[in-house]
Design a protein around this ligand. Sequence first.
Ligand code: 13P
Ligand code: SF4
Length: 338
Amino acid sequence: MVQSAVMIVDTFQKAKENLDRVGYLDIKHSKEIDFEKEFIKLKKSKDAVLLAHYYQEPEIQELADFLGDSLFLAQAAAKVESKIIVFAGVHFMAETAKIINPTKKVLLPDLKAGCSLADSCPSNEFAKFKAQYPDAIVVTYINCTAEIKALSDIVCTSSNAKRVIDSIDKNKRIIFAPDKNLGRFLMKELNRPMILWDGACVVHEAFSFDKIVKMFQQYPQAKFIAHPESESPILDIAHYIGSTSGLLNFVQSDDASQYIVATEAGILHQMQKVCPQKEFIPAPVQDDTCACSECAYMKLNTMQKLYNCLKFELPEITLDQQLMIQAKAPIDRMLELG
Ligand code: 13P
Ligand code: SF4
């Protein structure tokens, strides 16, 4: 994408001042730049790789060296040998990559790319919650801060949560945080009680049960598929429930030709790409005036920000050494499970 320019900010110091102000490098360039082309060149010359989540804009997904769901990206981050990781995702994902592979420089194009689920679990409050159940094993969904990971016994993603919980002695009590919807889904699936933290994702809680049911009349042949971060009534009517990559695999192996999809709309790009003959319809949300099935945090990343962040190697994810060591152990336990 070629963009024209107004202002030059080409010194490291100016870039840093700009970053402190807005959380990303809001730089206008003095000449027209093809951000995609220049990003690819920089990636090569600086020995960098691009990791991107399925919820990114299609143009970013297409450029990624590693594209996938949270589990795949954590596994990929562990194996990266290049000097720099540019993470087109949200803050907790880039932080996880840094914790797993601490000698690499990890860049996040926009520091404001947060996550409502991670925000719903502040570490001071979670520490008090945990103290009420001293005998419990703490399982945390990867969508949380490094501080929460450091308070955990084992981490999981939506792809491996069942396996992680099954690996824990049946006689042990489990605290599951921060996503109560995923937690409830797992309790039902595994027939195992857990102590749940009351957190949720704004995107997956935005879907409308009533509108989805109405849509079944409009598309009687369609199958309804949902991410387990969605609320229970929605999951109860789904033909298939799975992580982002689970949903993508399902539509490829299943024989239906239409799907109503309840997860962040970015995944529809890959679904359409791998199944061009099928139709994918984003599940309707409660509020017709918003694009609520898009994660506003994920969508903060743009090609221009990707280019600027690699050019100036800012913003960089940095973490306290001790915190990294404590947060790494529960992630390693998850990765060891495969
Ligand atoms: P997965 O990538 O595990 O499907 O999780 C979805 C999500 O909400 C990421 O933020
Ligand atoms: Fe967080 Fe939800 Fe966005 Fe995923 S989709 S990053 S869980 S707010």
